[in-house]
Design a protein around this ligand. Structure first.
Ligand code: NAP
Length: 330
């Protein structure tokens, strides 16, 4: 097939406009491996790309999609024979390289992880960058000493992509999980994923003027940043840690050194994009093995190239629940 379908974002005088178009395979950038993309998934960053956020995408017209799972069609790299099932998340995919919201991508072999045994292409994209990042957060918290006996773990932005997988994974690993959400109508969804307590987002902003708050959390997965992040740091139990991966509320943190020097707590950064390939492969192996989650389908909102544009508006407005999975063949 010399042409393929893709979502295209174009910069016009009226702003950034999206449409589904036919594109030529020959016009993909050079790269080692041409992939037939079967599934992608919607992440907050795709919303930023699709609306021209220059921190994500500067080159237009552009096809977003920071996630792709599919089958190798052509390869000049011995590691990936045609027919191999593969996953690509992060690096420049969907940023300034045409991404997973197109039926074909061509990328460097060093961006590609074989889809591990035990995980289907579709399951890998139910997780996608969001689920993968949730796993990196939990991994880093455990490396810093978090254990199920150390107290409840808070997950912020809990109904979102990273948050919902974090709730599910922590519950799977035996943690007591408290979910922080702005969606009063989604408490049942969060309980279904394994949350045993739920906190309203507005309540989590109280106490921003106080230097410390009562010790509550044995760990925190934070996807939102801002005062919610730092209130959570101020509520960590002695010696515990918060993993910070997101900024949907704010990239600013109203911080003091007091929780660090009085409670010995840790603020851990998590990046899924530039993580070295071998570390990415290890995390995917874990998600296909001991961290394989039952019930992933409960997270899915099925999307196609024709419906993903509307979902982009919803993710930017903080109204998505769970994971939007894009079926490129539908
Ligand atoms: N570091 C990395 O490598 C990495 C990887 C993946 C994602 N991220 C970042 O992580 C964040 C979450 O990504 P995602 O894909 O999970 O996004 P998402 O699906 O849109 O989830 C974000 C959730 O945050 C909550 N929220 C929305 N607006 C908020 C606000 N103003 N204040 C507080 N909470 C708010 C909502 O959940 P509730 O209604 O339940 O509160 C929303 O569903 C983004 O900032 C993304 O860029 C970073």
């Amino acid at each position: 097939m010399s042409t393929y379908r893709a979502l295209l974002v174009e910069k016009t005088d009226a702003g950034f406009e999206r449409s589904v178009v036919d594109r030529k395979v020959d016009e993909l950038p050079p790269g080692d491996v041409l992939i037939d993309v079967r599934y992608s998934s919607l992440n907050y960053k795709d919303g930023l790309s699709a609306t021209g956020n220059p921190g994500v995408t500067r080159k237009f017209p552009h096809t977003p999609g920071i996630d792709a799972a599919g089958v190798v069609l052509e390869s000049s790299d011995g590691r990936f024979a045609p027919g191999t099932e593969v996953i690509v998340v992060g690096y420049d995919l969907g940023m300034n390289t045409p991404g997973g919201f197109g039926q074909r991508i061509r990328v460097p072999a060093d961006w590609i992880v074989p889809c591990p045994d035990g995980l289907s292409l579709r399951e890998s994209m139910i997780l996608g960058t969001a689920g993968f990042t949730a796993a990196l957060c939990v991994d880093k918290l455990e490396a810093a000493g978090m254990t199920p006996s150390g107290g409840p773990v808070l997950v912020t932005g809990a109904t979102g992509g990273v948050g919902s997988v974090a709730v599910m994974l922590l519950a799977h690993l035996g943690y007591e999980v408290t979910a922080l959400t702005g969606k009063a109508d989604q408490h049942g969804f969060l309980e279904g994923l394994g949350a045993t307590a739920i906190i309203d987002r507005d309540a989590a902003r109280a106490g921003a003027d106080k230097p410390l708050l009562p010790e509550r959390w044995g760990g925190v997965v934070d996807t939102v940043g801002g005062e919610i992040l730092f209130n959570a740091v101020k509520s960590l139990r002695y010696g515990c840690s918060l993993a910070a991966c997101g900024l949907v509320d704010s990239p600013q943190i109203p911080a003091t050194v007091l929780p660090f020097i009085l409670r010995n707590v840790n603020l851990l950064g998590v990046d899924s994009v530039e993580l070295p390939l071998d570390a990415k492969a290890r995390a995917w192996q874990k998600l296909a093995g001991p961290w394989k989650l039952d019930g992933l389908e409960t997270l899915v909102e099925p999307l196609t190239l024709d419906t993903v544009s509307e979902a982009i508006d919803r993710i930017l407005a903080g109204r998505m629940v769970g994971r939007g999975v894009v079926d490129l063949q539908a």
